[in-house]
Design a protein around this ligand. Structure first.
Ligand SMILES: Cc1ncc(CO)c(N)n1
Length: 225
């Protein structure tokens, strides 16, 4: 149940096993699909996710810093723009419709699960290279791509159709494919074509798995306004 997000992502996803399933089939996700998620939990999640996206955009800006080629810079800067100009904008619009103004969004107090996740990702980038950073970023990008595509096909309610449509949509799906290509080419450039046999691979797998577990905690936080 995943689009073609590249060779490295497929390998990382497979090794994350149970954690990947817990993330992409979390009760929060199922509640978005069947409409049973309480509106209050959804708006609480959106407010937290807006803060998440602020730091997530900073992490993608760090990917520009850690790039070694023009192609890598282009891919990273494209993602920064998609986040700041499109995804954050969606949050502002949905929250405005629910009576939460944009300045209140920016002032949201960050929950610890939220803080733990984004600072883990940023730290992976500060102390490592582009590969360490991308291993921490990939579960967020591709996981939502996979969730959106599946809910679009399976949803039994129209309640959260806007949210689902954003992640199932062509723009978001093509961002996922672009990040998959960036991940594959960055790995080949630094570790060679057989990157899975590199001594660094295991640690990249661990970073991916930890980020996946932090996504599970984020959904759990969403269920408890
Ligand atoms: C927590 C979280 N992970 C991933 C995404 C996708 O960008 C998001 N908006 N929020």
């Amino acid at each position: 149940m995943s689009g073609d997000y590249g060779r490295a992502f497929a390998a990382l996803r497979a090794q994350a096993g149970e954690a990947w399933r817990d993330y992409t089939r979390h009760a929060f996700v199922e509640g978005l699909g069947d409409g049973s998620l309480p509106r209050e939990a959804f708006l609480h999640y959106l407010r937290q996710d807006y803060v998440f996206l602020v730091h997530f955009s900073r992490a993608w800006a760090l990917a520009v810093v850690k790039s070694e080629t023009h192609a890598e810079m282009l891919a990273a800067v494209g993602t920064v723009n998609a986040l700041v100009a499109e995804e954050m904008q969606l949050h502002v619009e949905i929250c405005a419709q629910a009576g939460i103004p944009a300045d209140a969004l920016f002032a949201t107090t960050e929950r610890p699960e939220n803080l733990a996740y984004t600072r883990f990702v940023l730290e992976a980038g500060y102390s490592g290279d582009l590969l360490d950073l991308l291993a921490a970023l990939a579960p967020c990008v591709m996981g939502y791509g996979e969730i959106g595509a599946r809910l679009q096909a399976e949803a039994s309610s129209e309640c959260y159709a806007d949210w689902i449509g954003t992640y199932a949509g062509e723009d978001y799906q093509s961002s996922c494919s672009a990040v998959g290509e960036l991940l594959d080419s960055a790995l080949v450039r630094r570790l060679g074509p057989e990157f899975e046999t590199s001594p660094r691979w295991e640690r990249l797998c661990r970073t991916f798995r930890t980020a996946t577990e932090l996504e599970v905690q984020f959904w759990q936080m969403g269920l408890t306004p």
